[in-house]
Design a protein around this ligand. Structure first.
Ligand code: ADP
Ligand code: ADP
Length: 225
């Protein structure tokens, strides 16, 4: 069974903009799917609806066969703008969802620290976001998303604000984690190189109105494959 089933999902915004035409997408366990397309083709809208941050005006979205009706810890979200809590340290940011679940502090730390180590920030766990570079902030956001053990990782142009070299490092880091953790990833980008490098499937969308034009299997270019 697919992890994620998007069935005939459409989105028309108040005012009449058709952001997404009836769209179907099946995401299988351990897929790394990049969604590629020009600005305005509905990539973010699609991802936000899967995240439960926006509601489709048609069709349905199911995660593990269960209808998506709002946000949930089963979907880990990483945005371009990092969205860390500025008043919390790296460790506290990564613990945030675990704390919300009511886990005792020692257990929060025991879960969070291996993810902080995985993204290379063990030396920085007591730093605040403003003390970190953009790449380090995004590594914190990635660790925070992973710490909640989501069924699927949803990433909206996560490396779009980073310089070229940092972006390539982050791509390598994410691919390594994807392999180790056996994660399922849906990753939005308008960068063709990134889309092809990262994925085992590239979904290409076009605008006016937004729709999926093709869905291509891609041999992984990563050195480890
Ligand atoms: P992409 O992520 O591919 O750049 P978006 O999903 O952000 O595209 O936007 C798709 C279309 O929907 C665009 O025409 C955009 O202007 C429109 N749109 C996005 N969000 C809203 C909104 N909240 N209200 C009205 N129109 C929106
Ligand atoms: P206290 O009231 O003594 O701060 P808490 O249970 O509120 O105890 O906090 C336990 C730990 O979590 C502390 O190290 C605190 O700094 C940290 N913390 C406080 N607020 C948050 C938050 N919103 N998210 C994550 N960690 C937090």
């Amino acid at each position: 069974a697919p992890v994620l089933q998007v069935s005939a999902v459409g989105k028309t915004f108040a005012g009449g903009t058709v952001a997404l035409q009836s769209t179907d997408l099946q995401v299988q366990e351990n897929d790394f799917i990049t969604i590629l397309g020009p600005s305005g083709c509905g990539k973010s809208t699609l991802l936000r609806m899967v995240a439960g941050l926006d509601t489709p005006t048609g069709g349905s979205i199911a995660l593990d066969g269960k209808q998506v009706t709002g946000p949930g810890a089963d979907r880990g979200m990483v945005f371009q703008s990092y969205t860390l809590f500025p008043w919390l340290t790296v460790l506290q940011n990564v613990c945030f969802g675990l704390r919300e679940k009511g886990l005792p502090l020692a257990e929060q730390h025991a879960i969070a620290r291996p993810f902080i180590a995985k993204v290379g920030l063990s030396q920085f766990e007591h730093h605040y976001p403003k003390q970190l570079s953009g790449g380090m902030q995004q590594r914190t956001a990635l660790a925070r998303a992973l710490a909640n053990a989501p069924r699927i990782l949803l990433m909206d142009e996560p490396f779009g604000a980073l310089d070229h070299q940092t972006r390539e490092l982050m791509q390598e880091l994410l691919l390594g984690i994807w392999e180790e953790e056996r994660k399922t990833v849906l990753f939005v980008t308008h960068d063709i190189d990134e889309a092809i490098f990262m994925a085992n499937r590239v979904v290409v969308m076009s605008a006016r109105p937004g729709r999926i034009k093709c869905d291509l299997p891609v041999p992984l270019a990563h050195p480890r494959h």
